[in-house]
Ligand binder design. Structure first.
Ligand SMILES: C[S@@+](CC[C@H](N)C(=O)[O-])C[C@H]1O[C@@H](n2cnc3c(N)ncnc32)[C@H](O)[C@@H]1O
Length: 322
């Protein structure tokens, strides 16, 4: 069955003729069609740093799929994450969700597979990562996931269009993470929710030290990295992890306060961070505003937990647009 395209900007179905290489939505946006991926960038020359990041992910699409991955194995893997479980439980069965910087779209695919009534849009700048995502989408028969190639700084999305916007591990890989955060935040509808995952300065401090040690030794110290110690991961997934964590050409680390300030200025209300794990709680339920000392304690805990953190200092802020 051929995939029916949906425009990320207006969410409408885009008619396309059999074998078409280009489609145009009634809202006026045109796309190249690559498989089921709507490509807004096409052959356009990208800004130098964005091109460098795309080249990097073309060699190491993140996160890679294992050869045997299918719908059930992806669901099973994602359900082992307390965060994804609680997110899945909190999202309505008919939610429209935008994933900015979806990479190979494992989270998008999981959220789409878990509830066929949802409509999930995954946008990423890397053509190769999206080709992997599309191959998986088609193999797993996921019809409610639209993959889109677009740049975070020129998102093909009508402002304030989405009730739920997710962006995991992306803004810190752009030349201007504050502006990237604003661009992602601009997609959220009033009353809607943003889940922004980024490398937090304190949470990533252990990894920064571990990476520096690896640089001195000429290779990552596997004994210090819980991901590299896992026996259930194949060597290709470990290579992708090493590239992403130890060799990335563009990475910022951001203090929690800085991210919160940007979001507050964009009209967002802080709800919570993850960690701590939202296990058993609704990830969109507000938690008490953090005092300066509570924030310091939270960040100290993240720094201490760094040694066994499988996300190497990635922290989510969950916020609601006023
Ligand atoms: C570490 S991966 C995260 C993938 C996915 N969100 C996840 O957590 O599994 C970062 C992704 O951000 C994308 N990215 C970085 N800069 C971008 C930009 N300017 N526009 C669009 N995507 C970008 C990369 O192509 C890459 O797929």
């Amino acid at each position: 069955m051929s995939h029916i395209s949906h425009c990320p900007s207006c969410q409408a179905e885009i008619p396309s003729a059999e074998g078409a290489e280009r489609v145009e939505c009634a809202c006026g946006l045109g796309y190249l069609l690559r498989g089921s991926v709507l490509d807004r960038i096409g052959e356009t020359q990208r800004e130098e740093r964005a091109a460098e990041v795309e080249d990097f992910y073309s060699i190491s699409p993140f996160p890679g799929y294992a050869p045997g991955d299918d719908g059930p194995t992806l669901i099973d893997r994602c359900r082992r994450s307390a965060f994804l479980c609680s997110l899945d439980a909190a999202l309505p069965a008919d939610a429209k969700i935008l994933d900015c910087g979806c990479g190979t779209a494992q989270i998008s695919a999981f959220l789409a597979l878990s509830a066929p009534g949802r409509q999930v849009f995954g946008i990423d700048g890397c053509r190769a990562s999206l080709a992997h995502a599309d191959e998986f989408r088609s193999r797993a028969g996921i019809e409610n996931l639209q993959l889109v190639r677009g740049d975070l700084f020129d998102l093909p999305v009508t402002p304030e269009r989405y009730q739920f916007v997710l962006s995991r591990g992306v803004v810190h890989h752009t030349p201007d993470p504050d502006e990237a955060t604003r661009r992602v935040a601009s997609c959220v509808a009033p009353g809607g929710y943003l889940l922004l995952g980024f490398y937090e300065t304190a949470a990533r401090s252990f990894h920064v030290a571990r990476r520096a040690l690896g640089k001195v030794l000429g290779r990552p110290v596997r004994a210090l990295d819980p991901v590299l110690q896992r026996s259930d991961l194949d060597e290709d997934k470990k290579r992708i992890w090493i590239d992403d964590q130890y060799k990335h050409p563009l990475e910022h680390i951001l203090p929690l306060d800085r991210v919160n300030r940007v979001l507050e200025a964009e009209g967002f209300r802080y709800l919570r961070t993850v960690p701590p794990s939202p296990l058993g709680a609704n990830v969109f339920d507000p938690t008490p505003e953090l005092s300066a000392s509570a924030r310091a304690r939270l960040r100290l805990g993240w720094a201490i937990d760094g040694i066994r953190d499988p996300d190497a200092g990635l922290v989510f802020v969950v916020a609601q647009k006023n």
